[in-house]
Ligand binder design. Structure first.
Ligand code: BGC
Length: 773
């Protein structure tokens, strides 16, 4: 039977209903249900459904769809996603039943760490809205939520984001109580803007053992966000408790102290009725290991880890002759997956799991390569816009957990975090070629820039020193500090804030130009040039040394053209020295790291970039891989050189920020990137950095215009570079002057000359000069 695509919106007739069985935050999940008659199943029936809380819908006892954690997470007071499912196959002629379970979810679970804990952020009551429609234009309503529905409790006895879930399989639901409809503005309902969170292929344990207390520990081999699915044979009444951990401690013991106050458990009550299959319904965890305590009557017959993600399918690959690098790239894909759970979050395990704007902006470019991130990042930008304060400040996290408290000015306005409002839309535009998002975000960009400008004196942003104050800057978060005896120079917050204002202004002026916003563009251009002058005056000495003399300062200033051309060489020399002072190791935090290697490549220091990248000690990208990481760590020294774990207070093993280096691997090493002037890979620039130690390199990206690939191999001094240019696009090959005697598809060209490459496959050969990368 033909199913026509629902294109929505149609006005809602369903009402938002509250189950009378709801016992409030932390209580059992309720269900609302209704019987209804269907005369004829026509094949085009759809269910539209949403909830304040998380929901799972069933028709005639069968689950609707495969999405998890629906309706997803938005700034609920302003926007609430709904989903649409084709449901004809679940309906029958005659009597049918629709049932919707509703859990606390993000809507009213406690959120944020203990000292800032907020409960019932968006409301005290969970509720649901649904309607089944059919007909040519979906105008016929078969059933819709109203006061005639019934409510009851469910086997989910408690479910919360950090807590986890308690499920009692012995609980028999008998929905007998009623519901109450509440006033709800259905204009807040928006068709889900990104792909739903889905389960990936489950992972079997690779190892299991018993601890001294008789509990079984399972190692699933991969850190991920998701949950454990168990099949349990109940012989007598019994219980299974599952705890989660990302890592084992130095003694090889189960360790989840770094979850802080997040209990992160699932507990299942079974009876003698036999086998049950269970995985949590209204929560998720970040874990690689599960510790299972089974009371006498319960026996596990099967156990798997089920990863979940909004971006399950990788769209880029990179492999080379160094296995640590290959695993690092895989780890970045896993951290991306685990932290794109309807909202780009910081980490999936501890009492945070929040949509941090800074983390998302530093990783946005890599995210756009690693998987299709357009939908989820667009949705995030819209939440940032809703959460933007009246004075233009953008929040550290969105959906903003503290915004709803009147008078609360906390957690907003940090340079480097708030710039997500300029950087992410710009990256989406460059990567996917869609102008709508920059047009939509432009007013918010300008308001953010004006906010940042209000923190300047003489063109320099001067953030206050006290956390919580307007414009307080988080700085180059987790920048390695060096030893107590020899602390490393750290970029000043005034310098990094000023650089970020400059970055936002650069984007703002470009966007104004594209949108034809001439007046605003001229105003932004004036500010941009004032900030540039101020930065040069305040932070660059006459000899080209930067005031803070640290790697982040050099990387950001050089990458964003803040160093006057006549000083670039001298500044590059200071940059080299800054790396020399750390023994060739990186010295950057969240904001400096994504810029470090691109900046070195840009100033012709590809060989230095390669050696910083490839060194295997802490701090460095490959150190964690050597230590067995399967996702990207939050801090460089999450596991210290002696094998002990860093302070659990802030030590996540699944944070994606440092994975931003994948952008460099694809754009600089493999050497393909979009041209902002012809966005969406309409014009592709091919320009590799050859690092002989990495040979052979193979990389690809499934762009919106088709598959792009670039491979190179080095034999002695000879390089063979092969690229694919997708149909309907144009490529430009830019080889450096150090790539000698280039031959493109059998034809010799001048070294350093640009060559236009047409769609198809091309073979380029050249020789490396001594320093040529
Ligand atoms: C988060 C970070 C975030 C930072 C800024 C941390 O607790 O995990 O990733 O960017 O706070 O406040």
């Amino acid at each position: 039977m033909e199913t026509r695509q629902y294109v929505g919106p149609i006005e809602w007739v369903g009402k938002m209903i509250v189950p009378l069985t709801d016992r409030g935050e932390g209580g059992p999940a309720s269900q609302v249900t209704r019987e209804f008659d269907v005369e004829l199943v026509r094949g085009n029936e759809i269910l539209r459904v949403s909830a304040c809380g998380l929901y799972r819908a069933f028709i005639n006892g069968q689950r609707v769809g495969e999405d998890v954690l629906t309706p997803g997470w938005t700034t609920y007071d302003a926007r609430l996603s709904y989903q649409v499912y084709h449901v004809a196959h679940l309906l029958k002629e005659g009597r049918n039943t629709i049932t919707i379970w509703i859990g606390d979810g993000w809507y009213r679970s406690p959120l944020m760490w203990m000292s800032e804990r907020r409960t019932e952020v968006w409301g005290t009551e969970v509720s649901a809205i649904a309607e089944i429609r059919s007909g040519e234009d979906f105008s016929k309503v078969l059933v819709a939520t109203d006061e005639h529905w019934l409510s009851g409790q469910t086997p989910v006895r408690k479910s919360q984001i950090y807590f986890g879930e308690i499920f009692d399989a012995t609980f028999a639901s008998r929905p007998r109580e009623g519901v109450r409809s509440i006033v709800f503005d259905t204009r807040k309902l928006i068709l889900h803007e990104c792909a739903p969170v889905r389960e990936l292929s489950p992972l079997d344990p690779i190892r299991q053992w018993r601890d001294t207390d008789g509990r079984t520990i399972y190692d699933f081999g991969q850190n991920a966000a998701g949950y454990v699915r168990v099949s349990i044979a109940g012989e007598t009444a019994g219980e299974i408790l599952i705890e989660h951990a990302e890592i084992l401690d130095e003694r090889g013991e189960f360790y989840n102290v770094n979850y802080r106050s997040a209990e992160a458990i699932s507990r299942v009550q079974v009876n003698e009725r036999g086998l049950i299959d269970y995985s949590p319904i209204f929560t998720y965890f970040g874990f690689r290991y599960a510790r299972v305590t089974a009371s006498d009557g319960a026996r596990i017959t099967k156990i798997q880890s089920v990863p979940i993600s909004s971006v399950p399918d990788a769209t880029a690959g990179f492999s080379c002759g160094n296995e640590l690098v290959n695993r690092f790239f895989e780890n970045a894909i896993w951290s991306h997956r685990s932290n794109f759970i309807d909202v780009p979050i910081d980490c999936p395990q501890r009492d945070e799991r929040l949509g941090y704007s800074g983390d998302a902006q530093v990783f946005a470019a890599a995210a756009c390569y690693l998987a299709d991130s357009e939908g989820i990042l667009t949705k995030f930008v819209r939440d940032l816009m809703v959460d933007q304060a009246l004075d233009g400040a953008i929040s550290h996290t969105s959906p903003h957990v503290v915004r709803m408290k009147p008078g609360n000015r906390k957690q907003r306005g940090s340079m480097g975090w708030g710039d997500a409002i300029t950087i992410i839309p710009w990256r989406l535009y460059v990567h996917y070629g869609n102008e709508d998002i920059i047009a939509e975000a432009f007013p918010a960009m300008v308001r953010w820039i004006d906010f940042a400008w209000s923190l300047t004196t003489d063109g320099v942003v001067r953030p206050p020193n006290t956390p919580g104050m307007r414009g307080y800057c988080l700085g180059d978060w987790l920048q390695p500090a060096g030893t107590e005896a020899n602390p490393l120079p750290t970029i000043g917050k005034d310098a990094i804030a000023t650089i970020y204002l400059f970055i936002s202004l650069t984007i703002g002026t470009r966007v104004a130009d594209i949108l034809g916003e001439t007046d605003t563009g001229a105003r932004l251009e004036q500010m941009r040039s004032a900030v540039e002058t101020a930065f040069r005056r305040e932070f660059i000495t006459a000899s080209g040394r930067l005031k803070h003399d640290d790697q982040t300062s050099y990387a950001l200033a050089l990458l964003h053209d803040l160093v006057p051309p006549e000083l670039v060489e001298a500044t590059t020399d200071c940059f080299r020295q800054a790396i020399g002072r750390t023994g060739g190791r990186l010295g950057t935090g969240f904001l400096g790291t994504p810029a470090l290697l691109p900046a070195l490549s840009k100033v012709g220091e590809g060989h230095l970039a390669a050696s910083v990248f490839l060194q295997e000690e802490v701090p460095g990208w490959l150190y964690q891989v050597k230590r067995g990481a399967t996702t990207i760590w939050e801090r460089w020294d999450g596991v210290l050189a002696d094998g002990t774990l860093f302070d659990p207070d802030m030590n996540s093993f699944n944070h994606y920020a440092f994975g931003a280096v994948c952008d460099w691997l694809l754009e600089s090493v493999a050497g393909f990137r979009p041209d902002p002037k012809q966005p969406g890979f309409e014009h592709i620039i091919y320009s590799p950095t050859i690092i002989p130690e990495l040979s052979p390199v193979t990389a690809h990206y499934d762009s919106v215009r088709g598959k792009i690939s670039a491979d190179w191999t080095v034999v002695g001094e000879d390089v063979r570079y092969e690229i694919t240019v997708p149909d309907g696009t144009r490529g430009t090959l830019r080889l450096s002057r150090a790539h000698l005697e280039p031959v493109v598809d059998g034809v010799s060209v001048d070294a350093g000359r640009e060559v236009v490459v047409t769609p198809g496959h091309h073979v380029v050969t050249f020789r490396l000069s001594n320093h040529g990368r």
